[in-house]
Design a binder for this molecule. Structure first.
Ligand code: RP5
Length: 163
């Protein structure tokens, strides 16, 4: 399946959390590529990934990083593809540093910033799916189905609650 989403993380140490994004993309039947690029340690690699993404058929970029997390913003500076940022908790500041670095972009270069950690990684995949579903009715139907499944899970948990 051709990749339409590029998942980039700042370090291999981010992989366990970013796995949540990849699992969600897989479950929704979306082709993706996952790789590591650090905007601080390998700035040229990060730049090349972002600059070449559109011509390779990528439609959305997901970028997860911790600490002074400039990855998503730096990728967004190099492409007009939508970039979704996932701040990660990998420093003594528990992800607040990454959240502020990712969310507070200057006007004109947006990063759609998710929650810190695995929930954010999962939502990044869902948001990417929603963007792709604008021009893919079958994917839009799968997203509707996912919503129905979530609602049913809540109903079931409400029914089985025994307090
Ligand atoms: C960030 O620094 C990475 O995204 C990672 O969350 C954090 C620590 O990286 P390592 O020292 O584990 O490679 O750039």
């Amino acid at each position: 399946m051709a990749a339409s989403v590029l998942v980039v993380m700042g370090s291999a140490s981010d992989a366990e959390v970013m796995r949540a994004a990849c699992e969600e993309l897989k479950a929704l039947g979306i082709g993706y590529e996952a790789t590591v690029a650090s905007v601080h340690r390998t700035p040229e690699r990060a730049t090349e990934l972002a600059r070449g993404a559109r011509s390779r058929g990528i439609k959305v970029i997901i970028a997860g990083a911790g600490c002074a997390a400039h990855l998503a913003g730096a990728l967004a500076a190099q492409t007009t593809l939508p970039v979704i940022g996932v701040p990660l908790d990998s420093s003594p500041l528990s992800g607040l540093d990454a959240l502020l670095s990712t969310v507070q972009m200057p006007p004109g270069i947006p990063v759609a910033t998710m929650a810190v950690g695995a929930a954010g990684a999962r939502n990044a995949a869902v948001l990417a799916a929603q963007i792709l579903a604008l021009s893919d009715e079958s994917l839009a139907a799968r997203l509707e189905e996912r919503r129905r499944w979530m609602a049913e899970s809540v109903e079931k948990s409400a029914e089985s609650l025994d307090l």
